[in-house]
Design a protein around this ligand. Structure first.
Ligand code: FAD
Length: 470
């Protein structure tokens, strides 16, 4: 009798370096399966761009599989029912899947492991969740020692990567939902889905970007980062392979700047690991402050302020430019993610969970662990959080990281006539100069909805109060 295994694809839409696929290939037949989970489709129904990116990614994966004698089987429903049903229908011996740190996924997987022979492999992270612990076997809650330990343990090397299979034997005729039935809209023009595009981006970044990464990564108006986050999110390229290549780039670097660029990029990849490890060890972060000190913090949660923030009408150009970029493209630069998060939480005193949810609706790379980590970091409520008294000044951040205001001009064209100095704080432009530039603040662009200096003090007081309430 022919033995078969299911490769249950979740966050690993790729054929290169895929431990779950490699393990399934020990069997004579392999069935690549993706389950459109009704619960997740409902939860993220507003995240249209990310869903479209996923659906396009599935189509690309199906094409790649067909070149290797296989095809993608897509089913829809509750995995608790769909997976046991297909295992029995195909008489599959085992199911192989990459591990997932998300609390919902872990609970689902634990229940399913009681029903079917479900074997988990590494491959989502550089270091599998739970593998980087302190000497006393407790989890790290601060990034730098986590990173040092992860490196000291030994990061993956070239020979650890799984090879690309030449042939994937899949029996014909398995019933599958048509990929043509999935929504067809393009995810986001800037992010064509699929493994080939992910690998192209990685190679381009290694050739042209990584050496300057440390010098350029904070400037929001220039393409100084890899823009690989959405591809890493869905595993269209493996984080292990990215790490291996970063280490190789360091070794090949011709000067200190190049080495620093590679080190810094590897460090950013490890932030992704760190937040996934935090989610794994402290699943409550998905709902609550990691640090309960701030549970009594009195948020203002003003709906009008929130609306102004979401739509990019706060009157702070860098904040508005970033939010408009997010709304239009589904992506935002890391520096501006920090700026807008700080502004929402610390200038407007709006609960970080509101911002986290909005980001999850809009981001193509929206990832529960990294997004939650970024928000709790910004709010000062997380593991390795920015201290509560660190409040980003949106004007000086803008002056420093968008020197000539090009980023602002790109996303807020109505401010384009203002000069490089005034564009960061247009309310300071005199009435005469506003007339001369043809930009009237309050008419063409909003007045600031809050005075930063006042907001800063209000937040310091609120956080102090919460600390005293303990
Ligand atoms: C409030 C907030 C929310 C965020 N939400 C998300 C999210 O939903 N999904 C997401 O992937 N990243 C998130 N980030 C992290 C970071 O902003 C993005 O990963 C990065 O901007 C993606 O651009 P890039 O691929 O060009 O990154 P690069 O600078 O090229 O970095 C390479 C990769 O490292 C990882 N990475 C980089 N920085 C971080 C970080 N601070 N935390 C975790 N991983 C990181 C990403 O996978 C990224 O693709 C968030 C940050 C903040 C401050």
């Amino acid at each position: 009798m022919t033995t078969s295994a299911i490769w249950w694809i979740r966050r690993d839409l790729r054929l290169h370096d895929n431990p779950a696929l490699t393990a399934a290939l020990q069997f004579e037949q392999v069935i690549p399966l993706f389950i459109l989970d009704d619960h997740l489709l409902e939860k993220y129904k507003k995240a249209e761009r990310r869903l479209a990116f996923l659906f396009d990614g599935l189509r690309r994966l199906d094409e790649d599989l067909r070149k290797r004698g296989s095809y993608l089987v897509v089913r829809r429903g509750n995995p608790d029912q769909v997976l046991p049903q297909i295992v029995s229908e195909l008489n599959a011996h085992s199911v192989f899947a990459q591990d997932d740190t998300n609390p919902y996924a872990r609970q689902r997987d634990q229940l399913l492991a009681e029903e079917v022979r479900l074997i988990f492999t590494a491959g989502t992270l550089i270091c599998p969740a739970g593998s980087v612990l302190k000497d006393d076997q407790t989890p790290y809650t601060v990034f730098t020692p986590f990173k040092k330990n992860a490196i000291a343990r030994g990061l993956p090397q070239e020979h650890d990567l799984d090879s690309l299979p030449i042939h994937i034997p899949t029996p014909p005729g398995i019933q599958t939902k048509s990929l043509d039935d999935l929504p067809q809209q393009t995810a986001a023009a800037l992010f064509p889905a699929g493994e080939a595009e992910a690998r192209r981006r990685l190679e381009t970044f290694l050739a042209d970007g990584i050496a300057d990464y440390s010098a350029k990564r904070n400037f929001m108006g220039i393409p100084g980062t890899s823009q690989l986050s959405a591809y890493l999110r869905f595993g269209m390229v493996s984080a292990r392979e990215a790490a291996v290549k970063a280490i190789a780039a360091r070794e090949a670097a011709v000067n200190a700047e190049g080495k620093k660029g590679a080190d810094t990029w590897l460090s950013e990849l490890l932030w992704r690991d760190f937040f996934n490890h935090v989610e794994f060890h402290f699943p409550h972060v998905q709902e609550k402050n990691f640090n309960p000190t701030y549970d009594s913090l009195e948020w203002l949660n003003n709906a009008e302020d929130f609306e102004a923030w979401c739509t990019g009408h706060t009157g702070y150009p860098v904040v508005d430019a970033a939010m408009r970029q997010l709304n239009e493209t589904g992506w935002m630069h890391n520096r501006t993610r920090m700026i807008v998060a700080s502004f929402l939480v610390k200038d407007l005193l709006i609960d970080w969970r509101w911002g986290e949810k909005y980001f999850m609706e809009k981001l193509v790379d929206g990832d529960p662990a990294s997004n939650n980590g970024g928000w709790q970091w910004s709010a000062g409520t997380g593991t390795d959080a920015a201290p509560y008294f660190r409040i980003f000044n949106p004007i000086s951040q803008s002056q420093k990281f968008d020197l000539q205001g090009d980023y602002i001009r790109r996303w807020i064209p109505e401010l384009a006539p203002l000069n490089d100095k005034l564009i960061h704080a247009p309310w300071e432009v005199s009435a005469v100069d506003q007339q001369a530039a043809g930009v009237i603040i309050g008419r063409d662009y909003p007045e600031p909805i809050i005075i930063h200096k006042f907001a800063r003090q209000r937040t310091l007081d609120a956080y102090k109060q919460a600390r005293e309430n303990g």
